[in-house]
Design a binder for this molecule. Structure first.
Ligand SMILES: [Zn+2]
Length: 427
């Protein structure tokens, strides 16, 4: 095997992969001088392993050293840099310092000691936890945790062992995220993921109460009645039904995406959120629920179902191939653009200006859910009922919507009150 040649002056790229519930290191497969992504040699055989993590491996002073790499794309450049670094050190240009302070550990790479020491390494701890999440939680949760742990935490935390992680590391992690432009809410979510991960491995709480990022709960933005009317005037009949359904159900984006006709209870005028194992969709908080729909909405749905001659298992709002439609958001943005609702000021992450096309950041699907909640509260639906309709786990989440109505009710009282009458007093 070409890979097994002498390590002298050589930096190898290897991958830690999962084989029979263990995480051994395996040499990567090369073809035509290039590393094949996610292919490694296990017992001499080429196997596909998308899981796991790439590492550099080299010998230094007779000791084997390894260093994790964040992404596949970085493997070759990192190996080259490491090689040059080793050459430079050998030539006396770079002097190796005693491996103690963190800064030094960073430059010379993390030494992986013999596995019999019984201490859990951070990288291995992340691997086993992600393995657990992948098996026990939804794909969505898995992806969210993967970003927090693999993309961010592993890159920021330079500790070798999990038991070395301190409160300072988490505070550093928090700053690291803020430096990358993340919002306070997002930073907090990621810190919660790390705390959950540490707890899963039997760790104790590291952060103190004041360490958690604070953010103000903003009043949820809603569509004004005139805005929805304008959208409906510029929508095709099917687009109009989609808009009305988002508004009438208060469904989350994915809940609407995976609604099938079977979920529409025509007799009781209800829409249900139910699990769809076929698409790996399960309701948030694992709770199925039913929401009453207005009769006018039911009539539109009856018509749509008849026109399509749809079967019970068919999606209510599929894409043109009859599959779950991930582009509902684009439909709404286009309708809003036609209705001239764009604010004209925002620029999307990819540089699209909402003054020039259907890219307004103020137009998004979840805003229909905010509108649903706010309007129902204004119309006198009690908060406990609304909590059930929204499928919130706790009432705190639902209470956020009270802010939106208090301000409106308060204005009516202000106008009817003594302060208002005195300000209109003319001497
Ligand atoms: Zn805009």
């Amino acid at each position: 095997m070409a890979r097994a040649r002498t390590y002298a002056d050589r930096v190898n790229i290897i991958k830690m992969v999962k084989v029979d519930d263990k995480w051994p290191f395996a040499p990567v497969v090369e073809r035509k001088g290039k590393i094949v992504r996610d292919h490694v040699l296990v017992n001499g055989k080429d196997e596909h392993h998308p899981e796991g993590r790439y590492y550099l491996e080299w010998y230094e002073g007779g000791k084997k050293r390894r260093q994790p790499i964040a992404m596949f794309e970085e493997a070759v450049p990192a190996a080259r840099t490491k090689f040059l670094e080793l050459q430079a050190r050998k030539a006396g240009i770079l002097v190796a310092l005693p491996a103690q302070p963190a800064a030094v550990a960073e430059t010379i790479g993390v030494e992986i000691p013999a596995p019999d020491e019984g201490r859990l390494k951070v990288a291995a701890a992340v691997d086993s936890y992600m393995d657990f999440i992948q098996k026990q939680r939804s794909l969505r949760t898995f992806r969210t945790y993967r970003v927090a742990l693999r993309n961010y935490f592993i890159n920021c935390c330079k500790r070798t062992y999990l038991d070395e992680v301190t409160r300072e590391d988490l505070l550093k992690f928090s700053n690291f995220l803020f430096d990358r432009g993340l919002e306070a809410r997002s930073v907090k979510d990621k810190l919660i993921t790390i705390a959950t991960f540490l707890k899963w491995h039997g760790g104790r709480k590291l952060l103190e109460r004041n360490d958690w990022p604070r953010y103000t709960e903003t009043i949820r933005p809603v569509y004004e009645t005139e805005e929805i009317q304008a959208m409906l005037r510029h929508a095709t009949p099917v687009e109009a039904i989609l808009i009305k359904f988002f508004l009438a159900s208060g469904f989350r984006n994915r809940e609407a995406r995976f609604t099938v006709w079977h979920d529409i209870d025509f007799r009781n005028s209800l829409a249900r959120v139910t699990a769809k194992p076929l698409w790996k969709f399960s309701p948030k908080n694992h709770e199925e629920r039913a929401i009453p729909l207005p009769e006018s909405m039911m009539e539109l749905l009856v018509q749509l179902k008849e026109e399509r001659k749809a079967a019970a298992a068919d999606l209510v709002f599929p894409n043109t191939l009859g599959k779950p439609d991930t582009l509902h958001i684009e439909i709404i943005k286009k309708v809003a653009w036609r209705a001239k609702l764009n604010c004209g000021q925002c620029v999307s992450e990819r540089g699209f200006k909402c003054a020039e096309g259907p890219y307004c950041e103020r137009v998004f699907l979840h805003k229909f859910r905010h509108t649903f909640a706010t309007q129902h509260l204004r119309d006198g639906i009690d908060i406990v009922t609304l909590k059930d309709w929204l499928g919130h786990r706790d009432i705190q989440s639902t209470m956020v919507y009270l802010k939106g109505i208090r301000s409106k009710d308060a204005l009516a009282k202000v106008n009817a009150g003594e302060v208002a009458s005195l300000t209109s007093f003319v001497a």
